[in-house]
Write a protein that binds this ligand. Sequence first.
Ligand SMILES: C[S@@+](CC[C@H](N)C(=O)[O-])C[C@H]1O[C@@H](n2cnc3c(N)ncnc32)[C@H](O)[C@@H]1O
Length: 288
Amino acid sequence: MDDFEKHLQPVDDGLPIRESNEYARYKLKALEIYIQITNTAMRDKPWAERYYIDLQAGPGKNKIGNEILLGSPLIALLNEYPFTQYRFNELNPELAQALQQRINTSPLHNRVKIYQKDANEVVTEICDEIRRVEKSKTKEQWSTLNLAFLDPEGLELHWSTVEQLAQISKMDFIINFSTSGIIRSIGANYVDAVNRFFGNADWQSGDLSGDIVKRRRSLIDIYLNQLKKLDYFIEIDPELGTHDISFKNSRNTEVYSLIFASKSQLGDKFWRQARKSSSPRRLPGFGD
Ligand SMILES: C[S@@+](CC[C@H](N)C(=O)[O-])C[C@H]1O[C@@H](n2cnc3c(N)ncnc32)[C@H](O)[C@@H]1O
């Protein structure tokens, strides 16, 4: 296999690869299973387009120790039943270029547009495009069906970005929520950044004083409540417990959570199936 043939495989192809932690494995597995379930069910329906949107896409490959895993954009692109459109964005120029080089080798490259912008700016352009598609669809076609994977490292994803996406009628979300990052930012008094992330200052009246386990849970619940206000369907599953997939450290504290939100009960059902097959209980090596 030469480097060109390796671009879409989980192997070293000489292009930049992002160092990740063990959590990325579970996050990506949940994404993959959800896409598999949803795209299998939706592929033959008359949607005007089915968009996959990844505003912080990375280079397309991750490394955990010595193991190389495909990143979120390639997982979505290589699914057995692909989306009809892909919009990827990555702020770091080297990572965006690596992603572009990898995508160029895919037979589906014509379905992909890659931007190298701030996630909170490019979102307007992508939403405008989807609205144009919906305006020009034929009578027989349904609306667009969209999945946005939002994968911030810290607080760089603004709530206004989530709100803009949510204005599209069928926009499902999978959002990476780093409770550790948020707690650190609160500790460092980055109040404005936390406000931009949550969309308001309500988090300040959450249970932030006491026990760390409760504190983290309270922040996730505040975010879920914000999504509810945008008409997202957030129900607690009696069998599975909380709505998100939470990744806990050895002290039973949520370190990261993966939040899913859909306005449809069917989307929610697919997520429950994905959760059952991808949830780890503890993350090895996470002590904080
Ligand atoms: C967690 S990584 C993405 C990993 C990728 N989604 C995956 O699972 O393979 C977050 C990415 O966001 C990029 N990034 C950071 N701030 C950004 C911003 N404001 N807008 C767009 N991308 C940003 C980083 O360079 C990094 O590659």
